[in-house]
Design a protein around this ligand. Sequence first.
Ligand SMILES: C[S@@+](CC[C@H](N)C(=O)[O-])C[C@H]1O[C@@H](n2cnc3c(N)ncnc32)[C@H](O)[C@@H]1O
Length: 475
Amino acid sequence: MNEQSPRKRPAKPYRRPKKDPVRILAFEALRAVDERDAYANLVLPPLLRKAREKEGFEPRDAALATELVYGTLRRQGTYDAIIAACIDRPLREVDPPVLDVLSLGAHQLLGTRIPPHAAVSATVELARVVLGDGRAKFVNAVLRRITAHDLDGWLEKVAPPYEDDPEAHLAVVHSHPRWIVSALWDALGGGRAGIEDLLEADNERPEVTLVARPGRATTEELLAVLGEDSALPGRWSPHAVRLAEGGEPGALEAVREGRAGVQDEGSQLVALALADVPLDGPDTRWLDGCAGPGGKAALLGALAAERGAALLASEKQPHRARLVERALAGNPGPYQVIAADGTRPPWREGSFDRVLVDVPCTGLGALRRRPEARWRRRPEDVPGFAPLQRDLLREALRAVRVGGVVGYATCSPHPAETKAVVDDVLKREGVSAEWIDARPHMQGVPALGDGPDVQLWPHLHGTDAMYLALLRRTG
Ligand SMILES: C[S@@+](CC[C@H](N)C(=O)[O-])C[C@H]1O[C@@H](n2cnc3c(N)ncnc32)[C@H](O)[C@@H]1O
């Protein structure tokens, strides 16, 4: 009798992995953000353009790739906690490219309506392409564990109970670093509902808002071109138009001609409030001391032109000053753009009637726009900005004439970047100024607090969390 060799299962024929251009592109974008500290909003557009030209990407492919990148980055804190619960080694020992694939898979499973089997198989195919078959098996095993629960089920398992540690709970559930939860909560005050709404608002894609620059375009014109299905009037700014999802600002002639632009309503309100304060005496010389890239300068320039005032737009970085030039091109009134350091300014004391300083800051009020920003910022960045913020405000107060008005703005609600800076400058810097109540200069905007300064919020106003203090120089 012939000894038969044990029967071997026939080896599965090798199958090439399926290449899915949308997921490969999303992976490449995540790697660029991780490896090169790139910004998602700068990395994605050229990748999408190339994919449109070379791979025939349709708008819906671009929309899916964008959602996968932005959603994965925003929810990274939550997904990290869930992935950590599905593997038996510390997360930091997982190779970053593997973690990116796992996070992309977790987002498809827990944050989109993609059916679970499709999410797993598409992600495993991606892993085979970009990581190789060995690591794809690991990805497959982890993703199958993730499918055991939906998002709420996972949060119950991995988030510490609110009662034990409210900030740690909110950090995992709403995917923010704990120190940012703490800072935002300090700035907002109040109980659990408010901070939860704010953190969730950071996880939503902001709608695109346009400004019709006064004297150059009207909201009626923009609304008529866009049609009522594609746009709505702004909530607060009389010059704002809100685009429906998928609206393409670049398609509008008024935007291409610079008569209108993309600008958050909070930024519009800041410029409008500064222009709204009544002044005794002349009102002909306006300064924007931190103008780049030029959004507020373009609105101020248009408002100044309507009143026969001239705008000087100053910006330290020459390349950003060039962006300001572009934003102001075609402004109907007199203006000048210069590259200058606002802490050692070239202008003489008392040269201006109105001055805006929209100072560099941590950007904690615009987290919804930069999905990776919350993971890059460090607590020590906050005090790092303070000396520059103080110097810029002090010089702004010197630049304005006695009786003139200064607007100090940040796109961070962190108290150390807002009120503390203003209080400090008023106390120490030897320029006499008094607070102006900013609230009456944002007419019709609710929930502006006790004044005299104003803090806008994404969850209350639908704007970035812009801060504005208005000050009148008194001596
Ligand atoms: C928050 S951004 C201003 C945004 C601008 N107001 C807008 O609405 O488009 C702050 C700007 O201040 C500039 N900046 C930083 N340090 C400066 C300084 N010492 N003097 C003047 N500008 C400065 C930055 O380069 C940046 O463009």
